[in-house]
Design a protein around this ligand. Structure first.
Ligand SMILES: [Zn+2]
Length: 145
């Protein structure tokens, strides 16, 4: 039937903004478990960034100082901040490819954890509200006896 189309479009409009808004506690718990399963499959994670560097040396007459300069490299370098200071490690191409994957894994993990936190905030409110209403029901029945 064609009448179903209008209904699904209004539902989509409601979802704009917070995709988890208006979800039931069970729906949130399901999404949360799904994210937790994704975490299990993530490989090693790395922080920091990968960059390619070219360098100049001190050797007199080297092509790196010529006009136009032919700088050495490019070399892969992985850098990260340690206590406010940038530390680096030079890598070959194969190592750089591995780091690329580990850094991407790190970003994915952070995105998943951020969503788990957002879901938890909503689920916690619903869970507490449920516990409170159960408590009210219990005190009501206590009064009766
Ligand atoms: Zn040079």
């Amino acid at each position: 039937m064609s009448t179903d189309n209008t209904k699904s479009s209004t539902q989509k409009d409601m979802d704009v903004g917070d995709p988890m808004a208006g979800q039931s506690l069970e729906g949130l718990a399901r999404r949360y478990r799904e994210l937790a399963r994704q975490v299990v499959g993530i490989g090693f994670v790395s922080d920091g960034t990968l960059l390619q560097r070219t360098t100049l040396c001190g050797r007199p007459g080297c092509a790196c100082r010529a006009q136009p300069p032919q700088r050495h490299g490019p070399y892969w370098q992985w850098t990260r901040k340690v206590a406010g200071k940038t530390v680096g490690k030079r890598l070959n191409a194969a190592e750089a490819a591995l780091y690329q994957e580990w850094i991407a894994n790190g970003h994915r993990l952070e995105a998943i954890v951020a969503e788990m936190r957002a879901i938890s905030r909503q689920a916690i409110d619903l869970r507490l509200a449920r516990a409170r209403s159960a408590e009210i029901l219990n005190t009501d029945s206590d009064k009766r006896t």
